[in-house]
Design a protein around this ligand. Structure first.
Ligand code: PHE
Ligand code: NA
Length: 448
Protein backbone atom coordinates (compact mmCIF):
# COMPACT_ATOMS: atom_id res chain seq x y z
CA UNK A 1 0.00 0.00 0.00
CA UNK A 2 1.23 3.44 -0.99
CA UNK A 3 1.91 5.38 2.18
CA UNK A 4 1.81 8.81 0.60
CA UNK A 5 -1.67 8.39 -0.72
CA UNK A 6 -4.44 10.67 0.49
CA UNK A 7 -6.87 8.99 2.86
CA UNK A 8 -9.93 9.79 4.96
CA UNK A 9 -9.33 9.93 8.66
CA UNK A 10 -12.58 8.14 9.50
CA UNK A 11 -15.30 6.24 7.69
CA UNK A 12 -17.82 8.79 8.92
CA UNK A 13 -15.68 11.47 7.30
CA UNK A 14 -16.04 9.64 3.98
CA UNK A 15 -19.79 9.22 4.44
CA UNK A 16 -20.26 12.92 5.16
CA UNK A 17 -18.10 13.92 2.19
CA UNK A 18 -20.00 11.59 -0.14
CA UNK A 19 -23.31 12.93 1.19
CA UNK A 20 -21.92 16.42 0.75
CA UNK A 21 -21.14 15.62 -2.86
CA UNK A 22 -24.62 14.25 -3.44
CA UNK A 23 -26.69 16.88 -1.67
CA UNK A 24 -26.42 20.11 -3.59
CA UNK A 25 -28.00 22.39 -6.14
CA UNK A 26 -29.28 19.19 -7.72
CA UNK A 27 -31.66 18.69 -4.79
CA UNK A 28 -32.69 22.23 -4.00
CA UNK A 29 -32.45 24.05 -7.34
CA UNK A 30 -32.69 21.38 -10.06
CA UNK A 31 -35.03 18.76 -8.56
CA UNK A 32 -37.91 21.19 -7.84
CA UNK A 33 -37.86 22.76 -11.26
CA UNK A 34 -37.64 19.55 -13.30
CA UNK A 35 -40.37 18.08 -11.08
CA UNK A 36 -42.45 21.21 -11.63
CA UNK A 37 -42.02 21.00 -15.39
CA UNK A 38 -42.86 17.32 -15.63
CA UNK A 39 -46.01 17.09 -13.61
CA UNK A 40 -45.01 16.63 -9.97
CA UNK A 41 -45.87 13.29 -8.41
CA UNK A 42 -45.59 11.22 -11.59
CA UNK A 43 -42.07 12.44 -12.10
CA UNK A 44 -41.32 11.83 -8.42
CA UNK A 45 -42.45 8.19 -8.65
CA UNK A 46 -40.29 7.44 -11.69
CA UNK A 47 -37.42 9.33 -10.10
CA UNK A 48 -37.67 7.28 -6.89
CA UNK A 49 -37.83 4.03 -8.86
CA UNK A 50 -34.66 4.99 -10.74
CA UNK A 51 -32.83 6.01 -7.57
CA UNK A 52 -33.48 2.68 -5.88
CA UNK A 53 -33.32 0.27 -8.83
CA UNK A 54 -30.51 1.90 -10.81
CA UNK A 55 -28.95 4.81 -8.92
CA UNK A 56 -27.95 3.16 -5.66
CA UNK A 57 -26.61 -0.01 -7.37
CA UNK A 58 -24.58 2.24 -9.69
CA UNK A 59 -23.32 4.30 -6.79
CA UNK A 60 -22.06 1.14 -5.13
CA UNK A 61 -20.58 0.12 -8.47
CA UNK A 62 -18.68 3.41 -8.76
CA UNK A 63 -17.50 3.21 -5.14
CA UNK A 64 -16.25 -0.34 -5.78
CA UNK A 65 -14.09 0.75 -8.73
CA UNK A 66 -12.52 3.59 -6.77
CA UNK A 67 -11.87 1.59 -3.66
CA UNK A 68 -10.36 -1.35 -5.52
CA UNK A 69 -8.48 0.90 -7.95
CA UNK A 70 -7.07 3.13 -5.17
CA UNK A 71 -6.32 5.96 -7.58
CA UNK A 72 -7.95 8.89 -9.37
CA UNK A 73 -10.61 8.56 -12.09
CA UNK A 74 -8.15 7.50 -14.79
CA UNK A 75 -5.58 5.72 -12.62
CA UNK A 76 -8.16 3.46 -10.96
CA UNK A 77 -9.20 2.03 -14.32
CA UNK A 78 -5.55 1.66 -15.35
CA UNK A 79 -4.90 -0.28 -12.14
CA UNK A 80 -7.83 -2.63 -12.62
CA UNK A 81 -7.58 -3.00 -16.39
CA UNK A 82 -4.00 -2.33 -17.50
CA UNK A 83 -3.37 -1.92 -21.23
CA UNK A 84 -7.02 -1.46 -22.11
CA UNK A 85 -9.05 1.56 -23.11
CA UNK A 86 -11.30 1.47 -20.03
CA UNK A 87 -9.53 4.43 -18.47
CA UNK A 88 -11.21 6.62 -21.11
CA UNK A 89 -14.29 6.28 -18.93
CA UNK A 90 -12.43 8.07 -16.16
CA UNK A 91 -11.04 10.61 -18.57
CA UNK A 92 -14.50 11.42 -19.84
CA UNK A 93 -15.53 11.81 -16.20
CA UNK A 94 -12.76 14.32 -15.56
CA UNK A 95 -13.96 16.40 -18.52
CA UNK A 96 -17.58 15.98 -17.42
CA UNK A 97 -16.75 17.12 -13.88
CA UNK A 98 -14.99 20.21 -15.20
CA UNK A 99 -17.98 21.02 -17.42
CA UNK A 100 -20.49 20.51 -14.61
CA UNK A 101 -18.58 22.69 -12.19
CA UNK A 102 -18.25 25.40 -14.86
CA UNK A 103 -22.03 25.99 -14.86
CA UNK A 104 -22.63 24.82 -11.29
CA UNK A 105 -20.38 27.59 -10.00
CA UNK A 106 -22.44 30.15 -11.94
CA UNK A 107 -25.63 29.16 -10.11
CA UNK A 108 -23.71 28.86 -6.84
CA UNK A 109 -22.43 32.39 -7.44
CA UNK A 110 -26.03 33.62 -7.79
CA UNK A 111 -26.81 31.90 -4.52
CA UNK A 112 -23.89 33.55 -2.78
CA UNK A 113 -24.99 36.93 -4.12
CA UNK A 114 -28.56 36.36 -2.92
CA UNK A 115 -27.22 35.42 0.49
CA UNK A 116 -25.38 38.74 0.56
CA UNK A 117 -28.56 40.58 -0.50
CA UNK A 118 -30.48 38.87 2.29
CA UNK A 119 -27.82 39.57 4.91
CA UNK A 120 -27.85 43.26 4.03
CA UNK A 121 -31.66 43.34 3.98
CA UNK A 122 -31.85 44.49 0.36
CA UNK A 123 -34.21 41.68 -0.70
CA UNK A 124 -36.38 41.48 2.42
CA UNK A 125 -39.13 43.28 0.61
CA UNK A 126 -39.94 43.28 -3.09
CA UNK A 127 -37.49 45.62 -4.84
CA UNK A 128 -38.67 48.18 -7.44
CA UNK A 129 -39.64 46.30 -10.57
CA UNK A 130 -40.12 43.02 -8.70
CA UNK A 131 -37.90 40.01 -8.01
CA UNK A 132 -38.20 38.79 -11.59
CA UNK A 133 -36.77 41.99 -12.96
CA UNK A 134 -33.89 42.26 -10.49
CA UNK A 135 -32.98 38.64 -11.18
CA UNK A 136 -32.99 39.18 -14.95
CA UNK A 137 -30.93 42.32 -14.54
CA UNK A 138 -28.50 40.52 -12.29
CA UNK A 139 -27.91 37.47 -14.47
CA UNK A 140 -27.58 39.54 -17.63
CA UNK A 141 -24.92 41.80 -16.14
CA UNK A 142 -21.66 40.92 -17.92
CA UNK A 143 -19.32 41.41 -14.93
CA UNK A 144 -20.95 41.08 -11.51
CA UNK A 145 -22.07 37.44 -11.65
CA UNK A 146 -18.54 36.52 -12.72
CA UNK A 147 -17.10 38.10 -9.59
CA UNK A 148 -19.46 36.10 -7.36
CA UNK A 149 -18.73 32.96 -9.32
CA UNK A 150 -15.02 33.59 -8.81
CA UNK A 151 -15.58 34.16 -5.11
CA UNK A 152 -17.47 30.89 -4.81
CA UNK A 153 -14.74 29.02 -6.71
CA UNK A 154 -12.16 30.73 -4.51
CA UNK A 155 -13.78 29.24 -1.39
CA UNK A 156 -13.89 25.83 -3.06
CA UNK A 157 -10.21 26.11 -3.98
CA UNK A 158 -9.34 27.18 -0.43
CA UNK A 159 -10.78 23.90 0.88
CA UNK A 160 -9.55 21.50 -1.81
CA UNK A 161 -6.01 22.84 -1.66
CA UNK A 162 -5.87 21.74 1.99
CA UNK A 163 -6.17 18.13 0.98
CA UNK A 164 -8.43 15.23 1.76
CA UNK A 165 -8.21 15.08 5.56
CA UNK A 166 -7.37 18.68 6.34
CA UNK A 167 -9.67 20.32 3.79
CA UNK A 168 -12.41 18.17 2.32
CA UNK A 169 -13.14 15.98 5.34
CA UNK A 170 -13.11 18.88 7.82
CA UNK A 171 -15.29 21.12 5.67
CA UNK A 172 -17.92 18.42 5.20
CA UNK A 173 -17.94 17.50 8.88
CA UNK A 174 -19.11 21.05 9.50
CA UNK A 175 -21.31 21.61 6.44
CA UNK A 176 -23.41 18.47 6.49
CA UNK A 177 -24.80 18.57 10.07
CA UNK A 178 -25.60 22.29 9.74
CA UNK A 179 -27.31 21.61 6.43
CA UNK A 180 -29.47 18.86 7.91
CA UNK A 181 -30.64 21.02 10.80
CA UNK A 182 -31.46 24.04 8.59
CA UNK A 183 -33.31 21.88 6.12
CA UNK A 184 -35.53 20.26 8.74
CA UNK A 185 -36.26 23.64 10.27
CA UNK A 186 -37.23 25.13 6.88
CA UNK A 187 -39.48 22.24 5.90
CA UNK A 188 -41.20 22.25 9.28
CA UNK A 189 -41.88 25.97 9.11
CA UNK A 190 -43.16 25.97 5.55
CA UNK A 191 -45.60 23.15 6.28
CA UNK A 192 -47.37 25.30 8.87
CA UNK A 193 -48.31 27.89 6.21
CA UNK A 194 -51.80 28.19 4.68
CA UNK A 195 -52.08 26.42 1.33
CA UNK A 196 -49.23 24.09 2.15
CA UNK A 197 -51.47 21.12 1.50
CA UNK A 198 -51.89 21.97 -2.17
CA UNK A 199 -48.15 21.82 -2.71
CA UNK A 200 -47.89 18.52 -0.91
CA UNK A 201 -50.70 17.22 -3.09
CA UNK A 202 -48.84 18.32 -6.23
CA UNK A 203 -45.82 16.39 -5.07
CA UNK A 204 -47.74 13.28 -4.02
CA UNK A 205 -50.70 13.00 -6.40
CA UNK A 206 -49.73 11.38 -9.70
CA UNK A 207 -50.98 12.33 -13.17
CA UNK A 208 -50.63 8.97 -14.93
CA UNK A 209 -50.99 10.39 -18.42
CA UNK A 210 -47.43 11.75 -18.12
CA UNK A 211 -46.17 8.15 -18.05
CA UNK A 212 -46.26 7.95 -21.85
CA UNK A 213 -43.93 10.94 -22.22
CA UNK A 214 -40.41 9.61 -23.04
CA UNK A 215 -38.84 12.87 -21.89
CA UNK A 216 -40.04 12.14 -18.37
CA UNK A 217 -37.83 9.04 -18.20
CA UNK A 218 -34.70 10.63 -19.60
CA UNK A 219 -35.09 13.61 -17.30
CA UNK A 220 -35.74 11.40 -14.27
CA UNK A 221 -32.74 9.25 -15.13
CA UNK A 222 -30.48 12.27 -15.65
CA UNK A 223 -31.75 13.89 -12.48
CA UNK A 224 -31.13 10.77 -10.41
CA UNK A 225 -27.54 10.48 -11.72
CA UNK A 226 -26.87 14.17 -11.31
CA UNK A 227 -28.29 14.15 -7.80
CA UNK A 228 -26.36 11.07 -6.69
CA UNK A 229 -23.17 12.39 -8.34
CA UNK A 230 -22.73 9.23 -10.41
CA UNK A 231 -21.11 8.79 -13.81
CA UNK A 232 -18.27 11.32 -13.64
CA UNK A 233 -16.01 9.48 -11.16
CA UNK A 234 -16.27 12.07 -8.40
CA UNK A 235 -17.63 9.35 -6.11
CA UNK A 236 -15.00 6.97 -7.48
CA UNK A 237 -12.30 9.46 -6.44
CA UNK A 238 -13.77 9.82 -2.94
CA UNK A 239 -13.95 6.02 -2.53
CA UNK A 240 -10.31 5.70 -3.57
CA UNK A 241 -9.36 7.46 -0.31
CA UNK A 242 -10.92 4.67 1.79
CA UNK A 243 -8.91 2.23 3.83
CA UNK A 244 -9.29 -1.50 3.28
CA UNK A 245 -11.45 -2.11 6.32
CA UNK A 246 -14.19 0.36 5.39
CA UNK A 247 -17.38 -1.18 3.99
CA UNK A 248 -19.11 0.04 0.85
CA UNK A 249 -22.71 -1.23 0.57
CA UNK A 250 -23.91 0.59 3.67
CA UNK A 251 -22.27 3.78 2.45
CA UNK A 252 -24.00 3.59 -0.94
CA UNK A 253 -27.41 3.04 0.64
CA UNK A 254 -26.82 5.74 3.24
CA UNK A 255 -25.80 8.33 0.66
CA UNK A 256 -28.65 7.37 -1.70
CA UNK A 257 -31.33 7.55 0.97
CA UNK A 258 -29.97 10.78 2.42
CA UNK A 259 -29.84 12.46 -0.97
CA UNK A 260 -33.41 11.42 -1.74
CA UNK A 261 -34.66 12.62 1.62
CA UNK A 262 -33.06 16.00 0.94
CA UNK A 263 -34.67 16.23 -2.51
CA UNK A 264 -38.10 15.33 -1.17
CA UNK A 265 -37.75 17.77 1.72
CA UNK A 266 -36.68 20.46 -0.74
CA UNK A 267 -39.83 19.70 -2.74
CA UNK A 268 -41.98 19.79 0.39
CA UNK A 269 -40.35 23.07 1.30
CA UNK A 270 -40.72 24.70 -2.09
CA UNK A 271 -44.00 23.50 -3.65
CA UNK A 272 -46.30 24.27 -0.70
CA UNK A 273 -44.78 27.73 -0.58
CA UNK A 274 -45.27 28.16 -4.32
CA UNK A 275 -48.90 27.08 -4.11
CA UNK A 276 -49.80 28.99 -1.01
CA UNK A 277 -48.80 32.16 -2.85
CA UNK A 278 -50.54 31.21 -6.07
CA UNK A 279 -47.39 31.16 -8.21
CA UNK A 280 -46.45 28.98 -11.17
CA UNK A 281 -44.56 25.71 -10.57
CA UNK A 282 -43.08 25.42 -14.03
CA UNK A 283 -40.81 28.45 -13.77
CA UNK A 284 -37.69 26.50 -14.73
CA UNK A 285 -34.22 27.38 -13.41
CA UNK A 286 -35.21 30.75 -11.84
CA UNK A 287 -37.72 29.02 -9.54
CA UNK A 288 -35.67 29.42 -6.40
CA UNK A 289 -34.36 32.87 -7.29
CA UNK A 290 -37.61 34.58 -8.30
CA UNK A 291 -40.47 32.57 -6.90
CA UNK A 292 -39.04 31.91 -3.46
CA UNK A 293 -37.95 35.49 -2.69
CA UNK A 294 -41.45 36.79 -3.42
CA UNK A 295 -42.79 34.12 -1.13
CA UNK A 296 -40.32 35.02 1.60
CA UNK A 297 -41.29 38.68 1.30
CA UNK A 298 -44.91 37.99 2.13
CA UNK A 299 -44.32 35.32 4.73
CA UNK A 300 -44.08 35.92 8.46
CA UNK A 301 -40.36 35.92 9.44
CA UNK A 302 -39.58 35.80 5.72
CA UNK A 303 -36.29 37.66 6.12
CA UNK A 304 -34.96 35.04 8.53
CA UNK A 305 -36.25 32.24 6.31
CA UNK A 306 -34.61 33.91 3.30
CA UNK A 307 -31.25 34.14 5.02
CA UNK A 308 -31.45 30.54 6.17
CA UNK A 309 -32.51 29.35 2.73
CA UNK A 310 -29.60 30.98 0.92
CA UNK A 311 -27.10 29.87 3.59
CA UNK A 312 -28.39 26.38 3.02
CA UNK A 313 -28.30 26.58 -0.76
CA UNK A 314 -24.77 27.98 -0.78
CA UNK A 315 -23.45 25.41 1.70
CA UNK A 316 -25.04 22.54 -0.21
CA UNK A 317 -23.53 23.86 -3.44
CA UNK A 318 -20.13 24.18 -1.79
CA UNK A 319 -19.94 20.61 -0.54
CA UNK A 320 -20.78 19.36 -4.05
CA UNK A 321 -18.41 21.77 -5.75
CA UNK A 322 -15.61 20.45 -3.54
CA UNK A 323 -16.12 16.96 -4.96
CA UNK A 324 -16.38 18.29 -8.51
CA UNK A 325 -13.05 20.08 -8.10
CA UNK A 326 -11.30 17.22 -6.31
CA UNK A 327 -12.11 14.92 -9.27
CA UNK A 328 -9.85 16.70 -11.83
CA UNK A 329 -7.38 17.73 -9.12
CA UNK A 330 -6.80 14.09 -8.16
CA UNK A 331 -6.32 13.26 -11.85
CA UNK A 332 -3.77 16.03 -12.46
CA UNK A 333 -2.07 15.21 -9.20
CA UNK A 334 -1.68 11.46 -9.56
CA UNK A 335 -1.86 10.58 -13.20
CA UNK A 336 -0.07 13.69 -14.51
CA UNK A 337 2.11 14.06 -11.41
CA UNK A 338 1.49 17.69 -10.40
CA UNK A 339 1.48 18.98 -6.83
CA UNK A 340 -1.95 19.37 -5.20
CA UNK A 341 -1.44 23.10 -5.06
CA UNK A 342 -0.58 23.50 -8.73
CA UNK A 343 -3.33 21.10 -9.78
CA UNK A 344 -5.94 22.95 -7.72
CA UNK A 345 -5.01 26.36 -9.16
CA UNK A 346 -4.92 24.97 -12.68
CA UNK A 347 -8.28 23.20 -12.49
CA UNK A 348 -10.02 26.11 -10.80
CA UNK A 349 -8.76 28.46 -13.52
CA UNK A 350 -9.91 26.20 -16.35
CA UNK A 351 -13.33 25.84 -14.70
CA UNK A 352 -13.69 29.56 -14.16
CA UNK A 353 -12.79 30.40 -17.74
CA UNK A 354 -15.28 27.84 -19.11
CA UNK A 355 -17.90 29.09 -16.67
CA UNK A 356 -17.71 32.58 -18.15
CA UNK A 357 -19.55 31.26 -21.19
CA UNK A 358 -22.43 29.91 -19.08
CA UNK A 359 -22.68 33.19 -17.24
CA UNK A 360 -22.61 35.38 -20.33
CA UNK A 361 -25.26 33.14 -21.89
CA UNK A 362 -27.79 35.02 -19.74
CA UNK A 363 -26.68 38.39 -21.08
CA UNK A 364 -24.53 39.40 -23.99
CA UNK A 365 -24.39 35.84 -25.36
CA UNK A 366 -28.06 35.07 -24.88
CA UNK A 367 -28.40 34.68 -28.65
CA UNK A 368 -26.40 31.44 -28.48
CA UNK A 369 -29.10 28.78 -28.07
CA UNK A 370 -29.92 25.24 -29.15
CA UNK A 371 -33.54 24.16 -28.98
CA UNK A 372 -34.40 27.16 -26.83
CA UNK A 373 -31.67 26.41 -24.28
CA UNK A 374 -28.95 28.93 -23.49
CA UNK A 375 -25.33 27.94 -22.85
CA UNK A 376 -25.85 26.94 -19.22
CA UNK A 377 -29.00 25.05 -20.13
CA UNK A 378 -27.18 23.21 -22.89
CA UNK A 379 -24.22 22.12 -20.76
CA UNK A 380 -26.55 21.14 -17.93
CA UNK A 381 -28.75 19.15 -20.32
CA UNK A 382 -25.85 17.41 -22.06
CA UNK A 383 -23.94 16.50 -18.91
CA UNK A 384 -26.92 15.34 -16.84
CA UNK A 385 -28.76 13.49 -19.60
CA UNK A 386 -25.86 12.09 -21.62
CA UNK A 387 -22.38 12.35 -20.05
CA UNK A 388 -23.45 11.04 -16.64
CA UNK A 389 -25.66 8.19 -17.94
CA UNK A 390 -23.01 7.22 -20.49
CA UNK A 391 -20.22 7.26 -17.88
CA UNK A 392 -22.33 5.25 -15.45
CA UNK A 393 -23.24 2.77 -18.20
CA UNK A 394 -19.57 2.23 -19.04
CA UNK A 395 -18.80 1.62 -15.37
CA UNK A 396 -21.66 -0.91 -15.19
CA UNK A 397 -20.35 -2.70 -18.29
CA UNK A 398 -16.82 -2.60 -16.85
CA UNK A 399 -17.78 -4.36 -13.63
CA UNK A 400 -20.56 -6.50 -15.10
CA UNK A 401 -18.81 -7.71 -18.26
CA UNK A 402 -15.09 -6.92 -18.14
CA UNK A 403 -14.25 -7.94 -14.57
CA UNK A 404 -15.24 -11.44 -13.60
CA UNK A 405 -17.94 -12.33 -11.13
CA UNK A 406 -15.53 -13.04 -8.27
CA UNK A 407 -13.78 -9.69 -8.67
CA UNK A 408 -17.12 -7.90 -8.84
CA UNK A 409 -18.28 -9.59 -5.65
CA UNK A 410 -15.05 -8.95 -3.79
CA UNK A 411 -14.92 -5.27 -4.81
CA UNK A 412 -18.59 -4.64 -4.07
CA UNK A 413 -18.12 -6.06 -0.54
CA UNK A 414 -21.66 -7.44 -0.51
CA UNK A 415 -21.49 -10.46 1.75
CA UNK A 416 -25.01 -11.79 1.47
CA UNK A 417 -25.17 -14.01 -1.68
CA UNK A 418 -28.79 -13.14 -2.48
CA UNK A 419 -28.10 -9.43 -2.19
CA UNK A 420 -25.05 -9.83 -4.34
CA UNK A 421 -27.04 -11.59 -7.05
CA UNK A 422 -29.67 -8.87 -7.08
CA UNK A 423 -27.02 -6.18 -7.35
CA UNK A 424 -25.03 -8.05 -9.98
CA UNK A 425 -28.06 -8.65 -12.21
CA UNK A 426 -28.99 -5.03 -11.79
CA UNK A 427 -25.68 -3.63 -13.03
CA UNK A 428 -25.00 -6.39 -15.55
CA UNK A 429 -28.41 -6.59 -17.22
CA UNK A 430 -31.07 -4.22 -15.90
CA UNK A 431 -29.04 -1.01 -16.00
CA UNK A 432 -27.80 -1.40 -19.60
CA UNK A 433 -31.20 -2.54 -20.91
CA UNK A 434 -33.19 0.20 -19.21
CA UNK A 435 -30.75 2.87 -20.27
CA UNK A 436 -30.69 1.80 -23.89
CA UNK A 437 -34.49 1.71 -24.02
CA UNK A 438 -34.75 5.21 -22.58
CA UNK A 439 -32.24 6.66 -25.02
CA UNK A 440 -33.93 5.01 -28.03
CA UNK A 441 -37.39 6.10 -26.87
CA UNK A 442 -36.13 9.64 -26.64
CA UNK A 443 -34.49 9.64 -30.03
CA UNK A 444 -37.77 8.51 -31.62
CA UNK A 445 -39.85 10.60 -29.24
CA UNK A 446 -38.13 13.76 -30.42
CA UNK A 447 -38.03 13.08 -34.13
CA UNK A 448 -41.64 11.86 -34.29
N1 PHE B 1 -24.90 15.70 -6.82
C1 PHE B 1 -24.67 17.11 -6.94
C2 PHE B 1 -25.98 17.84 -6.68
O1 PHE B 1 -27.00 17.23 -6.54
C3 PHE B 1 -24.05 17.51 -8.25
C4 PHE B 1 -22.89 16.65 -8.67
C5 PHE B 1 -22.96 15.92 -9.85
C6 PHE B 1 -21.75 16.58 -7.88
C7 PHE B 1 -21.91 15.11 -10.24
C8 PHE B 1 -20.67 15.75 -8.26
C9 PHE B 1 -20.77 15.02 -9.45
O2 PHE B 1 -26.01 19.03 -6.65
NA1 NA C 1 -28.08 15.68 -5.15
Amino acid sequence: MNQNQDQWKTRLGFMLAAMGSAVGLGNIWRFPYVTGELGGATFLIVYLAFVFLIGIPLLLNEFSIGKAGQKDAVGSFQNLAPNTKWHWTGFMGVIGGILILSFYSVVAGWSLFYLYKYLTGAYWSEPDGGYGMVFDEWISNPILPLLWQALFLGVTLFIVIRGVKGGIEKANAFLMPVLAVLMIFMAGYVLTLDGALEGVTFLFQPDWSQLSNPKLYLTALGQSFFSLSIGVSGMLTYASYLKAKDRLPGAAIGVGVMDTVFAVIAGIMIFPAVFSFGLEVNEGPPLVFITLPSIFASMPLGNVVGIIFFVLLTMAALSSAISLLELPVAFFKRTIGMSRKAATYLCTSIIFVLGIASSLGFGIWSGVTIGGQNILGMIDYLTANFVLPFGALLMALFVGWYLNREQAQKNSEIENPLMFNIWYISIKIIVPVVMIIIVIANIFGYTA
